[in-house]
Every structure is written in structure tokens, then in C-alpha cells.
Design a protein around this ligand. Structure first.
Ligand SMILES: C[S@@+](CC[C@H](N)C(=O)[O-])C[C@H]1O[C@@H](n2cnc3c(N)ncnc32)[C@H](O)[C@@H]1O
Length: 354
């Protein structure tokens, strides 16, 4: 057993409570008991595991099933008084107690203060990686390693070093995708759907799952950011919204705009995709999605659950459990996943695949 006793979980600033509640639940279900320590708006949570090996925990729990966690790593106890004249020696001592890695990633909290530390973190990493290799504490760059080394910087004196399984953590630093806003898209919301596809649909399945000629319904489509993504993949889209759709998008000939109620409309023939970005109570969106699944109106659905002001985690669980329970009762086999995406604010994005 290593001395790693702390799990660091990165999340959106303001969602530390949800991140902590979720990891406490999920870890306990696997027999790992611990207590979270968090500071509101810090962008991360420390979860201390009692009497268990936190490296085993990050191997046993499925990272992809966590909703409010963007990234995680199993850490040695935090270093709080790093001497500015020699940070490498104490960091190296901690790294020596962890499994050997080939890659070093530097992360900071996704907060204003955290972002200001990124330059310092990169400089420190460019000194740390060669130091670790010289001391035989890291594998050569191209080696295949089970774990990635993470340096989590909170200030010049305070940091954590830890590891995360390469195959069971976010491949991008901080779990943040750097998506470029396409200038032709009618709204910034477009990035939410693109990020959802990156997150939920494995890259090698894009050609099969997001194929030209497919039929899609976009509920609450105006002005058309999500429709734009579907059209870009060559799909034919029925856009449901009382509001106006972007004119260039309508000129593609791939979009039919119906001014109907998203909670009443359904297609006359099953479609390949239903996406929904309507701002509504999560319980109502949940009922609508269950209806679509039970009636087989779409094979794949991506929808948002707008989170309430209070009890955000409890409400999230209630909605997702209801979908799973009702589909199981109806004898429908489905895959359901949810994520608080980088481009999501007070909402989570869900993927239901029948
Ligand atoms: C957040 S916006 C959608 C933005 C869109 N996804 C995009 O990327 O441009 C929500 C939309 O839902 C529409 N909406 C709200 N309630 C609706 C309902 N009951 N039926 C249809 N559309 C509705 C609103 O008119 C609004 O255009």
C-alpha cells in the first residue's frame, strides 16, 4: 500500500458540494469510506480515505461515471511549506513513493487565482520532469505507463503530487477541452453539444453514430447552435422552437423549423438523434425523455437537466434514477451517462442511448 491517502477532484468553481457528495456516495458503495474537505469556489475537493489505499480507489471506481468531477488523482499528503529555493527535493521525495510514470501534467484550479498560476506551474514542471528522470523517478517519455503523474499547484508553497490511471481519468489537463467557437455558428451554446459528443461518443464511433443523412430533432433549437452542429455532420434536422432560427442555417435546406411546443411534439417516424436544450424544470425534462425512450422515438438523446438553486446533487440523482428505473420497468435496455461539462453552467448534460 502506498502512502497516498488523499484523492483530489477538480470541478467547476461553485460545485464543490456536489462533487464531494457524489464521491462520498460512489466511494462508499465500493467500500471506501472517507471524508471530504472543501472550500466553496475553490474549484477542487480533497477526499481523505480512511484506512484504504487511494490508488486502489482510482483504479476501482469508474471515472467516466462521475458527473461533477472533471479530473482526479490519488495524492500524497499535501505539501504546504515548500521552500522557494528548493522545491524539487521535497517533490521528488513524494514522487518516489508513487508508481512510476512517463508523463507529467501540471494542473491548477479552474479559478481566477488558479489560472494565474499556470505559467509558474509550467516552469516548475519543466524543471521537475528532468530532475525526476535524472533520479530515476520517472520512466522515459515514450514508455507505456499505467499511471500519469499530476502536479496540482495551489501556490508557490502549496501543492500536491499524485497519480491517475491513464485509462481512467481525463486525458486533457484539468479535464478541460479547448474547443474553438466556430464563427459561423449562431450561438455559443453550440460548444455544449460538441463537447457532449466528445465526452460521450468515442472518437472511433463518430462516423457511425454521427453520420450524414441521419435524422435529428432539436427541441428548443433557436437560434440554432445545436442544429448547426447536427447540420455540420450532414444530418437533416427538425428544429422545434417558437423563436426565430438563424437564416443561413435555414438556407442549407437541411432544417425544417416548426413553431411547436417541445413537450408536446413527437416525430411521426423514429429518428436517430433527439437533442434538447430547453430551459425547464429537470423533473419535466426527465418525464419528456422517458416518454421519448418508451415510445422509441429516438435511438440517441442528448439533453440538459437545468439544476435547481438548492439540492442540486439530490435532484440530479432523483432524475437519473427515475430514468433508469422507469426504463428498466418498461423492459428497455439503455445506457445513461451524465456530465457537468466545461461549457455547462447551472446544468448537466446527459446522454441516453437505447
Ligand atoms: C437555451 S435556448 C436554446 C439554444 C440552442 N440550443 C442553441 O444552441 O442556439 C432555449 C430555447 O428553448 C426554447 N423553448 C423554451 N420552452 C420551449 C418549449 N416549451 N417548446 C419549444 N421551445 C421552447 C426557447 O424559445 C429558447 O429558444
Amino acid at each position: 500500500m502506498s502512502q497516498a491517502d488523499t484523492l483530489i477532484l477538480l470541478c467547476r468553481s461553485g460545485f464543490e458540494g456536489e462533487c464531494a457528495a457524489e464521491i462520498s456516495d460512489v466511494a462508499a458503495a465500493e467500500g471506501f469510506y472517507g471524508y471530504p474537505r472543501l472550500e466553496k469556489n475553490s474549484g477542487y475537493v480533497c477526499f481523505h480515505v480512511q484506512g484504504g489505499d487511494v490508488i486502489e480507489l482510482v483504479s476501482r471506481l469508474r471515472f467516466g461515471e462521475l458527473i461533477f468531477t472533471r479530473q482526479w488523482f490519488a495524492c500524497m499528503p499535501g505539501l504546504t511549506e515548500l521552500p522557494p529555493k528548493d522545491r524539487l527535493t521535497p517533490l521528488g521525495e513524494q514522487v518516489a513513493a508513487l508508481p512510476k510514470c512517463a508523463e507529467l501534467v501540471v494542473e491548477t484550479p479552474d479559478t481566477t487565482d488558479g489560472r494565474e498560476l499556470q505559467g509558474f506551474g509550467r516552469k516548475l514542471a519543466s524543471a521537475l520532469a528532468p530532475y525526476l528522470r535524472q533520479h530515476d523517478l520517472m520512466l522515459p517519455r515514450k514508455s507505456r505507463a499505467k499511471y500519469r503523474l499530476h502536479l496540482f499547484v495551489l501556490s508557490g508553497r502549496e501543492m500536491f503530487v499524485g497519480v491517475a490511471p491513464v485509462a481512467n481519468s481525463a486525458s486533457l489537463p484539468g479535464g478541460i477541452p479547448r474547443l474553438k467557437f466556430p464563427a459561423a455558428a449562431p450561438s455559443r451554446s453550440t460548444l455544449k453539444l460538441e463537447e457532449a459528443w466528445h465526452w460521450f461518443v468515442p472518437r472511433d464511433q463518430w462516423d457511425a453514430e454521427l453520420a450524414p443523412g441521419m435524422r435529428a430533432v432539436d427541441l428548443g433549437a433557436a437560434p440554432g447552435g445545436w442544429t448547426w452542429q447536427l447540420v455540420k455532420r450532414g444530418m437533416f434536422v427538425t428544429a422545434i422552437d417558437n423563436g426565430p432560427m438563424n437564416e443561413d442555417l435555414m438556407e442549407t435546406g437541411q432544417v425544417e423549423h416548426l413553431r411547436e411546443d417541445a413537450f408536446v411534439y413527437h416525430p411521426s417516424k423514429p429518428v436517430d438523434w433527439m437533442v434538447c436544450d430547453v430551459v425547464e424544470k429537470p423533473a419535466r425534462t426527465t418525464s419528456m425523455v422517458i416518454d421519448w425512450a418508451v415510445n422509441g422515438w429516438s435511438r440517441n438523446m442528448i439533453f440538459n437537466l437545468k439544476l435547481p438553486m438548492k439540492q442540486r446533487y439530490v435532484e440530479t440523482r432523483r432524475c437519473l434514477d427515475r430514468i433508469s428505473d422507469e426504463l428498466e420497468a418498461a423492459g428497455i435496455r439503455a445506457k445513461l451517462r451524465a456530465k457537468h461539462l466545461y461549457h455547462d453552467r447551472e446544468e448537466i448534460t446527459c446522454w441516453l442511448s437505447l
